[in-house]
Design a protein around this ligand. Structure first.
Ligand code: SF4
Length: 323
């Protein structure tokens, strides 16, 4: 359904004044570009849930925005249902935006506090000229029911909803245009653990009911492993490993994936502590981006970035020691 081919995205610091301000705040020289995504290829199959995992700053949210056309990559191609997004004209891009929807990370900031729930959910329908006022209101009521909210709450403002309810609103808004691909950025990070399970179950139910394809972006590997069919792990703007869920724990995983899993598995006897900081996107280290923190690093790791190699069906790994 969606193919990313050698996609890169970097951002320039805003202005010389912005750079000076950032330098003052971070107490270090800010120059050059932020390399958020660096030459990455990935495939999303129809009907599948692809889990995109990584620490903060790994580039996963930027990649999600590239997938749905919110960001244009500096290099590489994004092909959706056989069409290169870059080759589309304005009208075609608008039509495409009906099919791919993005569910933003923090519903408290992505919902306009001055717009009532009903207007927020029908915004996309208005922009695309779908239905009249009555039909749009009916559709919004139906969407609210679908995500487990009472249509009686249609005239409330976002602050009058709880965190979990706002997450449901955010989901309803993303589904309002009946997309075929839903990209959900940290859908369970801004809510209590007890509510997380409800949101996860709701996403799974809706996926089955609507036949959705999903990209689930999260820093939480165990959570992604609960839901996803295919798991892609990012670090420093690059993919480290891509594998089907069925292979979890069955193969010798990438050292970063092993460390992520061990740090989340409280019952594990094999404790691996991930020390150090993620790489600076302004100045990524040479060689394998994980080498300053990797317990298995060898000499070549500091100078040569390992290519992503196939290790089996749907299993790819970028590590000099996994071939
Ligand atoms: Fe570790 Fe080297 Fe593999 Fe990178 S290439 S994950 S540094 S062993």
């Amino acid at each position: 359904m969606l193919n990313l081919e050698n996609v890169s995205k970097s951002f320039k610091p805003p202005s010389s004044f912005g750079r000076e301000l950032l330098s003052l705040i971070s107490r270090k020289e800010i120059g050059g570009s932020v390399h958020a995504v660096r030459g990455l290829s990935l495939r999303v199959k129809p009907g599948q849930i692809l889990g995109l995992v990584g620490e903060s700053g790994s580039g996963k949210s930027t990649l999600g925005r590239i997938m749905c056309g919110l960001y244009r990559p500096n290099t590489g191609k994004v092909v959706f249902e056989g069409r290169d997004l870059d080759s589309l004209n304005k009208k075609e891009r608008q039509r495409l935006s009906l099919k791919i929807q993005f569910m933003f990370q923090d519903p408290a900031s992505s919902l306009n506090p001055r717009i009532r729930c009903g207007a927020a959910l029908s915004e996309g329908l208005v922009i695309h000229g779908l239905g009249n006022r009555l039909e749009r209101r009916e559709k919004v009521c139906h969407l609210m029911e679908e995500v487990g909210l009472s249509p009686k709450l249609i005239d409330r403002y976002p602050h009058q909803f709880s965190g979990g309810q706002r997450q449901r609103l955010s989901l309803a808004r993303a589904l309002s245009l009946d997309p075929s691909l839903l990209i959900a950025d940290e859908p369970a990070s801004a809510i209590d653990v007890s509510i997380q399970a409800q949101i996860i179950n709701l996403l799974l139910d809706l996926k089955a009911k609507r036949g959705l394809t999903m990209v689930l972006i999260s820093h939480d590997l165990p959570l992604v492993c609960l839901m996803a069919d295919q798991i892609a792990v990012m670090y420093g703007g690059l993919l480290m490993e891509v594998f089907p869920r069925s292979l979890l724990g069955q193969v010798d995983h990438h050292p970063y994936v092993k460390a992520l899993w061990a740090s989340a598995d409280f019952a594990s006897s094999q404790k691996i502590t991930l020390e150090g900081e993620p790489p600076d996107p302004l100045n990524p280290p040479p060689g394998c981006p994980f080498h300053p923190r990797c317990l298995e690093a060898v000499d070549i790791c500091a100078s040569l970035c390992p290519p992503m190699l196939p290790l089996g069906s749907d299993h790819f790994c970028a590590c000099h020691l996994r071939k």
